[in-house]
Design a protein around this ligand. Sequence first.
Ligand code: FES
Length: 162
Amino acid sequence: MKEISTTFTLTTFEINEIEKQKKYYENSRSVSIEALKIVQKKRGWVCDQAIIEIANILNLNPSEVESVATFYSQIYRQPVGRNVIRYCDSVVCYLTGYEKIKKFLEDYLFIKIGNTTVDGRFTLLPVCCLGNCDKAPTIMINEDLYSHLNPDLIPNLLELYK
Ligand code: FES
């Protein structure tokens, strides 16, 4: 579900924040990740027109900004719920049972991977290694990392996120 908008425009605040970042980086591609975070912070995700406008500010081709956005799993290119659950499906989490975590989350939330609950509370996404392999299986909810997870722990955990 992509935003189709001909009226989208970055705010003056967003533009100024992006301009400020130019001072801290030597090249525009490096600024683009900060620009994407600035846009996502308020809006929750980054639409196609935002990619184009960021590219204009940074004198980049939109495809360059798009490739940065695609590379970083924490940049969302579609609307997401108020809370984003990202479960690790890389090798150590696979060996320690991420599939049980994923199945439980899908059944408990009545959604499939990539979807958002009808109340907009949770989005469920896979992610590559979260760098927490020695404490697998691992999930992240928003910016919070959870280790040694098992399905029994999930209901109480989700209650922390409204
Ligand atoms: S493999 Fe899951 S955190 Fe590294």
